[in-house]
Design a protein around this ligand. Sequence first.
Ligand code: F6P
Length: 475
Amino acid sequence: MLVASNRGPVSYTVLGDGSMRAKRGGGGLVSGLSAIGPDADAVWVCAALGDGDRVAVERTGGRLPSEDTGGQRVRMLGIAPEVHAAAYNGIANSVLWFVHHMLYQIPLEPVFDAEFRQQWAAYEEYNAAFARALAEEAAEGAAVLVQDYHLALVPGMLRELRPDLLIGHFSHTPWAPPEYFRMLPDDIAEQVLRGMLGADRLGFLTGRWAAAFTACCEAVLPDGTGGTRIGVHGLGADGDFLRERAHREDVDERLAVLRGQIGTDPEGRPRRTIVRVDRTELSKNIIRGLLAYRQFLADHPEWHERVVHIAFAYPSRQDLAVYRDYTAEVSRLAAEVNSTYGSLGWTPVVLHVEDDFARSLAAYRLADVALVNPVRDGMNLVAKEVPVVSDEGCVLVLSREAGAYEELADEVIAVNPYDVTGTAAALHTALGVAPEQRAEGTKRLAAAATALPPAKWFLDQLSALRSDTNDDRLA
Ligand code: F6P
């Protein structure tokens, strides 16, 4: 069995003394696939992402030492930096991600010009490098599970090279509705869909995204999805791992530091908390979240000195100017809220921007309210992780545009992510939920959130790929 994804399970940094440090990759995809475990004897094919990774590829020939990968067999591809940059930053993250998350500011973008065509050629080259490596690695009749929009062309390319293989593709993102998808030039839209349909089976996180894909095929291709099967697998949180990990010493240490930063209200009780943890990602809607919190403070002076918004916004895709600008705006707005409302002993927004998983878990533990308000999100694992880890129960304020909403709707306070006034009101309602009701709701949320843990999510896809029944499970 093989899996393929742009980001692998580890990334490397070269230290001052020339040695290498391996660090676990971030994001929902790595969380899901890490559950494969070394026992499955799978080979995970991924790309070298930065300079550290390229050094690791030079030193190891691309076969990473098992002590760095927790025993997982990993082949890292040393794709030329300029090809990878054009494919990853230029196409995957600036075009396909924008299309599926509907992020364009339409009066000015997208512009599909000559530069786009050059980047598209790099995207083809990068997909071809993956297809070749997979064709080399795969035994006769092996199953290959290709991940995400970075590798949309791989199924079709691999099918040409190795017709014997069983090929699956899984999308960790939303899928755009046809009228938005068709902003892509016609030939490119067709190439993306045909590339994916080279797979035997395509997986999506929710029925909504699967239905959008099918609608795109019907709008663009004369024969729709053809013979390719389509299934839905909603990735859940890994409850056992999270509960154990969230009670280790490093998390307790961070919990104590956070409690100090949160402080106590005028009666000497710990202040209440509204927690969010995200990559600093345009689709996560961190800015409107801060605007909603500011509105809530303006509307409810009775909450001043009594609540703290803990916002962790971890760096992501900083090669792209629009992400750097967004990150700067998050910091500016948090500082503005603090200078408008804060006092000597009260910091209304505690913002942290350095990635620290143990501190994220500490924040999950003490969350009274979790704010997850993406404009559009494939699933959103934070929405599922907080209720599992929360010490005393939390109320989840969740965007109806997150994939997780399909599964958790009954137990959350739903928000329209564009509606700042509505989100401010939802925060107020959430803070007012009685403790017993909150604790009961959190139990039900945690049960729903862990219903499909990563290992099961992965094995279900594999067995569905290997069975030849038409298991179309569109909601
Ligand atoms: O989960 C969706 C996803 O795009 C993954 O494909 C990706 O690994 C993750 O988000 C984080 O993004 P990036 O790899 O670009 O940092």
